[in-house]
Design a protein around this ligand. Structure first.
Ligand SMILES: [Zn+2]
Ligand SMILES: [Zn+2]
Length: 264
């Protein structure tokens, strides 16, 4: 089975479009590409209901959309019989776990994806970056420590682009077994999005993925498409990457219940 569980609903002009018509464009693209099931994972910070969680300008400036409209569009698409899942890409705020949980608990999620895009006010995958601010070793230390807290929080079903901190290199030696052991109980996204960044690499790196496999941490698949044309892009390489690490199954979600299906 091939799933793509990480994408953002957009209109053809790439503006935000939380409508059934937008869902239908992604469903068509999935059918064309042989993707069995897709799930949407809009950024949590686009919604005015989440405004109280944010402090960095990048987040605060974007809370203009209605979370109910987004949820309703995907729920209605499901009712119409489309094989789609309702997810959300949630920036992890370690100090605000309870508030995050309370804000999101009323909605019928199939899964929540935890992400770290900013730490201590600096970007992880945006500039000015934490790597520039504190150096690569300290940036990685803080990032992986926080990722471990995200996993332990129980807020998330999946962790997005787990080694995205490599965005602003260099990549260095790291204790990947220690990282994987801090992620027990979570699931990791194997994402092809990094292939289209300057570093040109899949997430996560082979060492982290093998360490996760050794700990029996399950995976999902992700393109992180922001337009339907990119849905499913390079998932064949993500599947190959997962197989090389020893994975034979992929996680499928229904209302936050996970099960394993044969991979590919
Ligand atoms: Zn992300
Ligand atoms: Zn994303």
């Amino acid at each position: 089975m091939i799933v793509d569980y990480h994408m953002h609903l957009r209109a053809p002009d790439e503006s935000i479009d939380h409508t059934v018509a937008a869902v239908e464009r992604y469903v068509e693209a999935a059918a064309e590409r042989g993707i069995d099931e897709i799930g949407f994972s809009e950024h949590v910070y686009y919604f005015k209901q989440t405004r109280s969680l944010w402090s960095v300008p990048y987040h605060v400036e974007r809370c203009n959309h209605d979370l109910d409209e987004y949820v309703d569009a995907v729920v209605e698409a499901k009712r119409l019989g489309y094989r789609v899942k309702l997810g959300l890409e949630v920036d992890y705020e370690p100090e605000l776990e309870e508030e995050t949980s309370e804000l999101l608990s009323p909605y019928p999620w199939d899964y929540l994806i935890g992400s770290i895009h900013f730490l201590n006010g600096h970007g992880i995958d945006a500039e000015p970056s934490l790597v520039e601010a504190v150096g690569v070793v300290e940036a990685w230390r803080r990032y992986y420590e926080t990722l471990g807290h995200a996993a332990a929080s129980g807020l998330f079903d999946v962790l997005a682009h787990p080694d995205v901190v490599k965005m602003f290199g260099p990549e260095i030696e790291w204790d990947w077994e220690a990282v994987a052991s801090s992620l027990d109980g979570a699931r990791l996204e194997v994402s092809s999005a990094g292939l289209h960044k300057p570093h040109g690499k899949l997430y996560p790196n082979p060492e982290l993925l093998s360490a996760a496999r050794a700990r029996k941490i399950p995976i999902t698949l992700a393109s992180d498409a922001h337009v339907p044309q990119n849905l499913g892009r390079d998932l064949d390489r993500a599947i190959e990457h997962a197989r090389a690490a020893g994975y034979e199954t992929v996680t499928v979600f229904d209302r936050r219940q996970a099960r394993q299906e044969p991979l590919g």
